[in-house]
Design a protein around this ligand. Sequence first.
Ligand SMILES: [Fe+2]
Length: 213
Amino acid sequence: MVNQKRRSFIASGFFSGIAGWVQASGGTAEMQETPGEIEGPFYPITPQKDKDFDLTRIAGQDGAARGTVIWITGEVFDSMGDPIEGASVEIWQANAEGRYHHPHDPNPAPLDQYFQGWAIVPSGSKGAFRFRTVMPGSYPAGPGWERPPHIHFKVMKRGFVELVTQMYFPGQSLNETDRLLQRKEPAEQKLMIAEVLRDKHDSFHYRIVIERA
Ligand SMILES: [Fe+2]
């Protein structure tokens, strides 16, 4: 049954590769869990009403966030490849200039009053979620260290281990020198870097696999 499921995923052509699947010794296909990463110092602490899927606009305001608008779509699975509906999928990120809406961010880059910066959505049927946001800017994280564009994720559901991680973008040269990403094994890095979806430069796909508690 699991193998059938795997074949149907591949046949759908939705995923560009089969990275993330491993063949267990018993012959069953399993999905590798998404590697965790530190939460970092900029988890949102300022209350905000609007945490919907569209980070490019804040409810009640006329303006739109500066930067390149992108879509992040994905799904949440368990390690047997079963989609997880009703998981809380939370993201937070720097704005297009590399600045977090957080009182402790020392980056002098400008804030963007129209950028929502933080969102929480439930995964829907087949585990799917989507966000509309802007490409986050890179930012200095210490001497000689510029963090590549990334989006922080927190994924929770009762009965599963909470996942805190960071999603990276393909083709970013700063990925090669990032002290966090480069600490990971190459196979783990692959699971943390989103795929470009259908050759569009503004659509990224991120598959998340969480562990049962
Ligand atoms: Fe960050």
